[in-house]
Design a protein around this ligand. Structure first.
Ligand SMILES: NC(=O)c1ccc[n+]([C@@H]2O[C@H](COP(=O)([O-])OP(=O)(O)OC[C@H]3O[C@@H](n4cnc5c(N)ncnc54)[C@H](O)[C@@H]3O)[C@@H](O)[C@H]2O)c1
Length: 350
């Protein structure tokens, strides 16, 4: 299949791309590099060659909000008699904190960019899409309650609101069902880790907002100590509990979701992609330390506004419908994350 990946140079994009290539798909990758590096694409190509993968990809440097740019990619692929059949839509801005500071930027990039993409897809009759949503859209349900796909949606920050809005647009596109779209919305929990080769991984711009990249920075002596937000949450050890999933397990779910969609004439498939296992901040830090035999100095600080104590997926629906099971343990995630940073102490070559 010829698949377009938006945001394909990013953390999840590169890992999803290698999985799709390994499964024999040719790719068109779009990225504006607003939050990623061209070197990630070079590495992707290098990894593809090492793994002796024959499938090919092209990279298109541009912004989703530029409709002409998008149209050219679809029209060129149509002319080549090998049109783009499906889109994996990952491009977007993802920092909760930045979204509170710059809400209009988040609405513009995430929502306007997505609308543009859907319009061009409709024009070129490419109506198969997997969209990366987030567990951030859910309302906190209480202590140790797993979130399923029917849990209340009530995002508390502009980032989450843009994801919920894009979901609504996709649901509207599906509701009319005139043009027979196949749509999968994947609600990711917390992807961490890296490809086991250590050639691709997460390389955030500036200060990391998420726990795992922050641990990695401390483990490689780039930051002196880890700040843990909150020590008095109503959890097993007072630190916040999340559902960490290996990025390669998440990557695989995209392709399986796409294959599942293709079994139907028209479909809307909404799935949580997590492991169903809760891990506290201290659990993750201690596992990382012991398995990688390194030190992670940390200190406690105030809770972050808008954080919740417990965000864990009920992932039964994805397991059943996709016949998918996350394979990697927290230990595997820590080993692969450490391998990535040891091989690339400053991330991708800049
Ligand atoms: N990483 C997570 O913890 C997480 C959790 C839930 C959902 N998500 C979602 O998954 C998607 C991928 O996340 P990621 O962690 O790989 O982020 P990332 O920032 O590494 O990747 C996103 C990519 O999209 C590109 N991009 C952004 N806006 C663009 C635009 N308008 N046009 C073209 N390219 C653009 C960026 O340059 C970047 O390469 C995002 O939509 C994010 O919201 C991520």
């Amino acid at each position: 299949m010829r698949i377009l990946i938006t945001g394909g140079a990013g953390y999840i994009g590169t890992h999803t791309a290698i999985n799709l290539l390994e499964n024999g798909n040719d790719l068109e990758i779009i990225d504006s590099f607003i939050n990623s590096y061209p070197a990630a694409i070079k590495r992707l190509n290098y990894l593809k060659n090492i793994l002796k993968i024959d499938s090919k990809f092209n990279i298109h440097n541009g912004d989703l909000r530029n409709q002409k740019f998008l149209e050219k990619i679809f029209s060129d692929s149509k002319k080549s008699n090998n049109p783009i059949e499906a889109v994996i839509h990952l491009a977007g801005l993802k920092s909760v904190g930045d979204s509170i500071r710059f809400p209009e930027k988040y609405w513009d990039f995430n929502v306007n960019g997505s609308i543009n993409l859907f319009k061009v897809m409709e024009k070129y009759e490419c109506r198969n899409i997997v969209f990366s949503s987030s567990a951030t859209i859910y309302k906190y349900q209480g202590k140790e309650v797993l979130l399923d796909e029917n849990s209340v949606i009530e995002p508390t920050n502009p980032y989450g609101q843009t994801k919920a809005e894009i979901e609504k647009i996709l649901q509207d596109i599906n509701k009319e069902n005139v043009n027979k779209w196949r749509i999968s919305i994947l609600r990711y929990f917390n992807p961490i880790g890296a490809h086991s080769s250590g050639l691709i991984g997460e390389d955030p711009f500036g200060e990391p907002n998420n726990l795992f990249p922050a641990i990695i920075k401390v483990s490689s002596n780039q930051t002196r100590e880890l700040k843990i937000f909150g020590y008095d949450w109503p959890t097993i050890d007072g630190t916040a509990v999340r559902d960490y999933i290996h990025v390669m397990d998440l990557a695989k779910a995209h392709y399986l979701a796409l294959l599942k969609l293709m079994e139907f004439e028209s479909k809307l498939l909404i799935l949580n992609i997590g492991t169903g296992i809760g891990t506290s901040v201290l659990d993750l830090v201690n596992t990382f330390k012991s398995i990688n035999k390194c030190d992670i100095p940390y200190s406690f600080t105030e809770r972050r506004k808008g954080d919740f104590p417990y965000v864990v997926a009920d992932n039964k629906m994805a397991e059943k419908i996709l016949n998918w099971k996350p394979r990697n343990t927290i230990e595997d995630m820590c080993i692969d994350g450490w391998n990535w940073i040891k091989k690339n102490p400053s991330g991708y070559p800049k």
